[in-house]
Design a protein around this ligand. Sequence first.
Ligand code: BGC
Length: 400
Amino acid sequence: MAEKSLSFPNGFLWGAATSSYQIEGGIENDWSKWEKSASRIRDLKRRGLHPTDFQSGKAANSWEMMEEDIECLKKINATAYRFSIEWARVEPQEGKFDEAVLKKYTHFVKRLQEEGIEPFVTLWHWPVPLWLHKKGGWAKPMIVDYFKKYSERIVRTMPDVTFWITLNEPNIFVGDSFLTGKWPPQKKNLFAYYRVLCHMVCAHRKVYDMIKNINSQTQIGIASPNIYFEAAGGFINRLLKAGADWWWNHWFLDRIKDKQDFIGLNFYFHNLINYGFTKNKNERVSDFGWELYPKGMYYVLKDLEKRYHKPIYITENGLADEKDTQRAWYIMEILKNIHRALSEGIDVRGYMHWSLIDNFEWAEGFTKKFGLFEVDRKTFERRPRSSVKVFAEIAKHNAL
Ligand code: BGC
């Protein structure tokens, strides 16, 4: 085989990421309730869409197919896997924890470790249990203590986990759920939006201390969806870029900077700012219509290093590409940009592709395919897309 030219540091982690509601199936929470609500169904039908394509239902059936998912991880030569715990499963009623569920998640962690795969466990990836939703969910300050109790139970049950991610992309969730009203609980309220962000800062800080008290060796962070904002030129655009960086990329991380051991970066977007509008060239776009701009990864990494000086793990990066015509190219280009950052001394320690398998893409339902593996919607069989080979080679050789 041809010699590899770009090698990664020893111990660099290679893997993929998923979240519980998007893959497990059979979950009842605030999202599943919303998906089945009369107003959501009416809205989808009005748009000529089939409501069942937008209901998570059995998702990718991962709750029943954990071993099959591990097989997929082995096929890509993974040394890390980021997955999340479903709060509604663990605590289906207030204060009542389901021991069988905890046992199953613990077993999964053990199985990953047996296979030499480092678990990155996310404690919250967006939905909440119905009982908590009824009490007001993230809009109410009491959620901080509920989140702490739930997290403590998990952390005590899984003492072998080193990497914890408390929250997934607070600003995306809060924007879509409390400002634009696109996602449940469909609020459009600037004050609620800001309050929820503050509750999340507080929740992260408390859970950080709680986990460290249990085990000081753990490594804790959030998954942050930083964007490469670029100014189209001129003073006004530079000012707008600075504002966007401050609010979107730094506001949350600044508030938790003394309580994070690493930065989890979810990288998807570039935004060329032109007087309040986006002027991206969109030379390549995904099935979602999102611009594929791998260079942005390098600039975001540089910015994170300059501001926080913490190890960085890429906790998500990927694209909707059902036909798999761009995935291999995108992965290679993204990795070249990570390598460029590494060569300048930026401490990047791992790359987890979004996603391992096709899954339930939130409000887009099953229409967007992010998986390295395609999932048959009827049999749930996992079939490797051709880019699996490319990824597996890179992970095996720790080099491009
Ligand atoms: C989220 C995932 C989502 C992915 C693709 C990320 O913002 O964490 O849950 O599926 O983007 O949209």
